[in-house]
Design a protein. Structure first.
Length: 226
C-alpha cells in the first residue's frame, strides 16, 4: 500500500489550525488579564453572545467519534442514525426551558453546585467523581480517534499526535478560560462546516451530481431509517 503524506498546503492548513487555536487563548489571556476572576474564567462573565456559544455547543457535541464514525454507521446500517437528531431536539428544548433558567437564576457555575444546594455534598461529590471517570474514558477515545486517522493518512507518529493535540487544547483552555474555549470551538466548527461542504460538493461532482449520489445511496439501502 502506498504511503500517504501531507502536501505543503496540507501542512500550512494543519499548522494554521493549531496556531490560531493557541492564538485565541493568548489573546483572551492578555485581553482579560485585568479581569482575572474565577467568574470571568469559568463562565466568561455571563456575557457571551448566542452565536459563538451555539457554535461552541455544537462543536462540543461533534467529537472525532461523530465525524469519523457517523459516515461508517450510515454506510453500513442506513440512515437510522437520524433518530438521534429527533431525540436531541426534544432534549435541547427540555433542557433550555426547564434546567437552564434555574441554573442561570441561581448564579452557579456548574450543575454540581446545584446538586449540593438541592441535596447535599455527598450527592455533589458522587456526581463529580462519576463525571470525571466518564470524561477521562471519553476523552481518551475522542483524542485517540483523530490521532489514529492522522497516523493512517499522513504517517504522523500516533502518540506524538495524541500528545500534540492534548497540549494545544490544554494550552488555550487554561490560558484563556471559557471565552477562549467558546471562540476556539466556534472557529473549529466553522472549519468543520467548510470541510463538510467541500466533501459534499467534491463528492457529488465526482459522482455525476447530488441526484446521482442520492440514487446510489437509495439503491444501497443507505437512506432507510428503519
Amino acid at each position: 500500500m502506498e504511503a500517504k503524506s501531507f502536501s505543503v498546503w496540507d501542512y500550512v492548513v494543519f499548522s494554521a489550525l493549531f496556531v490560531i487555536s493557541c492564538g485565541i487563548g493568548i489573546f483572551f489571556a492578555i485581553k482579560e488579564r485585568k479581569k482575572a476572576t474565577s467568574r470571568e474564567f469559568l463562565v466568561g462573565g455571563r456575557q457571551m453572545s448566542f452565536g459563538p456559544v451555539a457554535l461552541s455547543l455544537t462543536a462540543s457535541f461533534m467529537s472525532a467519534v461523530t465525524v469519523l464514525g457517523t459516515p461508517s454507521e450510515v454506510y453500513r446500517f442506513g440512515a437510522s442514525f437520524i433518530l438521534f437528531f429527533i431525540s436531541y431536539t426534544f432534549v435541547i428544548i427540555f433542557t433550555s426551558e426547564l434546567f437552564l433558567p434555574v441554573f442561570y437564576r441561581s448564579g452557579i457555575t456548574s450543575t454540581y453546585e446545584y446538586l449540593q444546594l438541592r441535596f447535599n455534598k455527598v450527592v455533589r461529590y458522587a456526581a463529580t467523581v462519576i463525571y470525571i471517570v466518564q470524561t477521562i474514558l471519553y476523552t481518551g477515545v475522542v483524542v485517540y480517534a483523530p490521532a489514529l486517522a492522522l497516523n493512517q493518512v499522513t504517517g504522523f507518529d500516533l502518540w506524538g499526535s495524541v500528545f500534540a493535540t492534548g497540549i494545544v487544547c490544554t494550552f488555550y483552555c487554561t490560558l484563556g478560560g471559557l471565552k477562549a474555549v467558546v471562540w476556539t470551538d466556534a472557529f473549529q466548527m466553522i472549519v468543520m462546516i467548510v470541510g463538510f461542504l467541500t466533501v459534499l460538493i467534491q463528492g457529488s461532482a465526482h459522482n455525476g451530481g447530488l441526484q446521482n449520489v442520492l440514487e446510489q445511496a437509495s439503491n444501497g439501502s443507505r437512506l432507510h431509517i428503519v
